[in-house]
Write a protein that binds this ligand. Structure first.
Ligand SMILES: [Zn+2]
Length: 85
């Protein structure tokens, strides 16, 4: 998945969350990294401070799980596409 697609997907989740909670996601904390940080962090790793936060943060874990699900779906799409071609 390209970074651009990932950011677009994250924005979609974020906008969905905004619709659910007009101000901000109820699980989101002031310590949560910005959504734009997730693609780079998932690729290159978190800083020790971030790692400590995301390990215990329901919101960040949800975003990460969602990312991994998208990655999995992306690779399935890629492999099924290559089978039909
Ligand atoms: Zn967080």
């Amino acid at each position: 998945m390209s970074t651009e697609n990932l950011i677009r997907a994250l924005r979609a989740v974020y906008e969905f969350d905004l619709q659910q909670a007009p101000k901000q996601h109820p699980l989101r904390t002031p310590q949560c990294p910005p959504l734009t940080r997730f693609p780079a962090a998932l690729r290159e790793g978190w800083t020790p401070e971030e790692q400590q936060h995301v390990a215990g943060c329901a919101y960040c874990r949800k975003i990460i799980a969602w990312n991994q699900e998208e990655e999995r779906r992306d690779s399935e799409n890629t492999s099924s596409a290559s089978r039909t071609c």
